[in-house]
Design a protein around this ligand. Structure first.
Ligand SMILES: *Cc1c(COP(=O)(O)O)cnc(C)c1O
Length: 378
């Protein structure tokens, strides 16, 4: 049974923030009886995603995880293949590699963006090739909305001719060298889960410049139903369709995406400015070429402070924070997997905390978090 962990006045990490027009799209769907996985909001939402990201094709699906799974399938990843994956990520990046029967090979972060190190990526690929196992795909994550070093990563990927799948689940609205993340690889994936920068309550999308890949993804997401007058199936598919109701929420949300990015960036700046007197406290600056949506403001605590302890103390103030991600190579599930490391993600996990970052946070709430943090750290 699902339980709601809620006390009144709680300051959450990241909550949905409606723009106002969502209800119009949803109401229209209800009035016209498009309460299903077909209806005008689906192509409408996909069109809007393309507009916002400059992608040629978008496929809206039921979750970001589903989009990653479809991405691996349409890129032709087979059982027994190896897929390179950022180790500093959420489990949803790596699970789809298991869904297709492949094996993840984890690659550590570089300290600037906290995302996949291009040098370690290069090492991981050549080591794979040396033991007769060229990776089938590179799954690169833009964690906390910070773009990975896509120029260097694409250079490595292109040199070895390995397709790139971008997990931009947390990074809608982020740009690298002026281009939206998700548009560098063969496929990019977004999540519209309730905690992300915009939401459909639950949903995801993949984007691609390749029409054939987009068609394949739609086909697999719809039970791989062949175009025949009867139910004909030659491949294993999934039910990964998005509801027309959810797509309606998404259309309203995309209208305010730019605003949400601006608000999250302002929250980051506010924390950074207000906490500047705390010695040893570190924020992640924006490296050259990067424009981050600042989905979550993350900090590295000064020496002598344990993230778990700070989290507990803030919890007493009814403030929700999270430890940074425990890297995949430290997960018991992946204990047997190959890992190319330099210690960066291990250190981030030891030192880091994500702060409440909802775009709907009031100045009063932000000041409460800042006051509580100063009390602990000063
Ligand atoms: C949220 C998230 C996903 C999965 O998205 P869902 O829509 O929740 O399935 C994948 N990767 C990362 C990095 C995420 O943060």
């Amino acid at each position: 049974m699902t339980q709601l962990n809620y006390r009144p006045g709680r300051i959450f990490l990241s909550v949905p923030h409606m723009g106002g027009h969502e209800r119009n799209y949803v109401q229209k769907a209800l009035e016209d009886n498009w309460v299903t996985t077909v209806g005008p909001n689906i192509p409408g939402f996909e069109h809007d995603i393309c507009q916002h990201t400059n992608a040629q094709h978008a496929v809206a699906v039921s979750s970001g995880t589903a989009a990653l799974h479809l991405g691996l399938r349409v890129l032709g990843v087979q059982p027994g293949d190896e897929v390179i994956c950022s180790t500093f990520t959420f489990i949803a990046s790596a699970n789809p590699i298991l869904y297709v029967g492949a094996t993840p090979v984890f690659v550590d972060s570089e300290p600037e963006t906290w995302n996949m190190s291009p040098e370690l990526l290069d090492q991981a690929i050549s080591a794979g090739i040396a033991r007769g196992k060229k990776p089938a795909c590179i799954l690169v994550v833009h964690i906390y909305g910070m773009p990975a070093k896509m120029k260097e990563i694409m250079e490595v990927a292109n040199r070895y001719e390995i397709p790139v799948l971008e997990d931009a689940a947390e990074a809608l609205g982020s740009r690298y060298s002026g281009h939206q993340v998700g548009t560098f690889g063969r496929i990019g994936v977004f999540s519209f889960n309730g905690n992300k920068i915009i939401t459909t309550s639950g949903g995801g999308a993949l984007i691609t410049a390749d029409e054939e890949l987009a068609k394949q993804a739609v086909f697999l997401a719809n039970q791989a139903k062949e175009p025949a007058p009867y139910y004909l199936h030659t491949q294993m598919g999934y039910n990964y369709m998005l509801s027309n109701i959810n797509a309606g929420i998404g259309r309203g949300q995309l209208e305010v995406l730019e605003k949400r990015v601006k608000q999250r960036r302002e929250i980051y700046s506010y924390y950074r400015d207000q906490l500047s007197e705390v010695e040893g406290l570190e924020f992640v600056p924006e490296p050259k070429f990067c424009f981050a949506n600042r989905w979550l403001t993350t900090i590295l605590l000064p020496e002598g402070f344990k993230p778990e302890q700070v989290l507990q103390e803030l919890e007493h103030e009814n403030i929700e924070t999270r430890l940074l991600l425990k890297p995949m190579h430290q997960q018991p599930l992946f204990a047997d997997c190959t890992y190319f490391g330099n210690g960066t993600s291990d250190q981030l996990f030891e030192r880091g905390l994500s702060l409440p970052s909802s775009s709907s946070l009031t100045e009063e709430e932000l000041n409460k978090v800042i006051r509580a943090l100063k009390q602990i750290l000063l």
